[in-house]
Design a binder for this molecule. Structure first.
Ligand code: NAD
Length: 483
């Protein structure tokens, strides 16, 4: 199927198995970041559309939640196979809509496909923790039960991948879902809805497009939604948590990050530089775990800046469709302004921009890969998420300072520690408050392991059985045995 706007395919909401425009006919334009051109329009949904989707999800819940884990697994397995068969089209959609180079799509979608395969059977491994006679004359058991309708809200940086992390575990255990993709990147979620329609009963997965402040807010406020799971910024997470409090919904928050890369003097400098080239600039740095904040030992600092500058200066930036391109644009004009503003302010405050530091002329939202050396710990560029192709390097005099600086941010999503000293690696991994700590690497993730934040990076885990369990609630059933 050709990609929008020529396609009559997925550019409408998918509710209860049907494609539908917004009730009031409103639409939002969707842009192509590499050119800045409008490539289509999708519904700008409101409360009525969200209500229709929640009603459809409620209607499907009885049948879906009553299925055996095996029966649900067979259907989700069929969806995983459809995703595999359509992977090239999903890749093309995502590349065009987010500005991702085709060269990174294989890695990204390989993970998403593996996630679907893994989630498809994960519901079969749920277990109650105990069953037995804990009070004389009674048998107790614990059951893990689905919650009902889950509202899933996805960001624009990995639209298909993040939708997968939200929707997969929720469906696996018997919930039905209303997914709201980012208003900027709705197309791969709509493609997912199209594929899901072939594998799942109508209403099990519904996709409603629209703005966060309208469609997103309506989903969070809807009394028929039992749980909201959002991946997005801290600000959006706070708004969701506040709004969810009214109906006391369960909330699952995967928010921003500011990952420290702690490099000790005994680290392999070439390996760090090579890794940060990918870890910080993959997806134009628009990654919540991006290796964006290097804290380097005093002896290794200068060599690392030199090695990193050499590596990063070689990153081919340009047309996402060119297979040699390693980095494309950032997602929007607003995002580029945000990145540029933070780099300019860091420079004005005395940090050295040793590479990049400017937007590219011409169409699209390109910004050069940038290295900023020596910002103060309290400065904006250290404390706030840039979410662009920018890495900072700070010189820490000793281990204690490196650990203190690493922890001295509001975020706590991911971090890495680089050293040949196993004892120090273990000591520092324990001392830093981040949901994932890599040792001598940064970025690899797999379906079986949890991903999620501490502090203002949110709470709740994606992937792994922790995510699957998060979409259930525990029930105690107690039976009087009689004589
Ligand atoms: P965003 O917060 O602007 O939007 C995320 C989603 O939330 C969108 O669908 C948006 O429409 C919706 N939304 C916004 N306000 C809302 C509200 N009040 N109520 C309901 N929904 C609302 O984030 P973004 O710019 O799309 O994504 C980038 C952010 O996501 C970054 O901060 C990044 O670190 C974070 N992120 C985190 C993870 C993780 O696993 N922790 C993964 C990817 C991205």
């Amino acid at each position: 199927m050709p990609f929008p706007p020529t396609s009559p395919g997925p550019d409408l909401n998918h509710i209860g198995g049907e494609w539908r425009a917004a009730a009031d006919g409103a639409t939002d334009d969707v842009l192509e970041p590499a050119t800045g051109k409008v490539i289509g329009a999708v519904p700008s949904s409101g409360a009525a559309d969200v209500d229709a989707a929640v009603t459809a999800a409620q209607g499907a819940y009885g049948e879906w939640s009553a299925m055996t884990p095996r029966a649900r697994s067979e259907r989700l397995g069929a969806l995983a196979r459809l995703i595999e068969e359509n992977i090239d089209e999903i890749s093309a959609i995502e590349s065009r809509n987010v500005g991702k180079p085709v060269s990174i799509m294989e890695f990204e979608l390989d993970l998403a496909l593996d996630n679907w395969r893994w989630f498809s059977s994960a519901g079969r491994f749920l277990e109650g923790k105990a069953a037995g006679e804990y009070i004389e004359g009674y048998t107790s058991m614990t059951r893990r039960e689905p919650l009902g309708v889950v509202g899933s809200i996805a960001p624009w940086n990995y639209p298909f991948g993040m939708a997968t992390w939200k929707v997969g575990p929720a469906l696996a255990v018997g919930n039905t879902v209303v997914l709201k993709p980012s208003e900027m990147t709705p197309y791969s979620a709509l493609k997912l809805a199209e594929l899901a329609a072939e594998a799942l009963p109508p209403g099990v997965l519904n996709v409603v497009c629209g703005q966060g402040s309208t469609a997103g807010a309506a989903l969070v406020e809807h009394p028929g939604v039992a749980m909201v799971s959002i991946t997005g910024s801290v600000t959006a997470g706070q708004a969701v948590a506040r709004a969810a409090a009214t109906t006391l919904k369960r909330v699952h928050l995967e928010l921003g990050g500011k990952a420290p890369v702690i490099v000790f003097d005994d680290a392999d400098v070439a390996a760090v530089a090579e890794n940060v080239r990918t870890g910080a600039f993959f997806n134009s740095g628009q990654d919540c775990t991006a290796a964006c904040r290097i804290v380097a030992g005093p002896k290794v600092h200068d060599d690392l800046v030199a090695a990193l500058t050499e590596q990063v200066s070689q990153i081919p930036v340009g047309d996402p469709n060119d297979p040699d391109t390693e980095m494309g644009p950032v997602v929007s004009a607003t995002q580029r302004q945000r990145v540029a503003g933070m780099v300019d302010r860091a420079k004005a405050a005395g940090a050295a921009v040793v590479l990049g530091g400017q937007a590219r002329d011409g169409d699209g939202y390109f910004y050069d890969p940038t290295i900023v050396v020596g910002p103060e710990q309290g400065s904006e560029i250290i404390q706030k998420e840039v979410f662009g192709p920018v890495v900072t390097v700070q010189r820490a005099p000793d281990e204690e300072t490196a650990v203190a600086w690493a922890n001295d941010v509001d975020y706590g999503l991911a971090a890495s520690v680089w050293t040949r000293d196993v004892g120090r690696a273990m000591r520092v991994a324990k001392a830093i408050h981040f949901g994932t700590v890599w040792v001598n690497d940064h970025l690899p993730i797999g379906s079986e392991m949890p991903h999620g934040g501490f502090k203002q990076s949110g709470y709740g885990k994606d992937m792994s059985m922790y995510a699957v369990e998060a979409y259930t609630e525990v029930k105690h059933v107690m039976i009087k045995l009689g004589d």
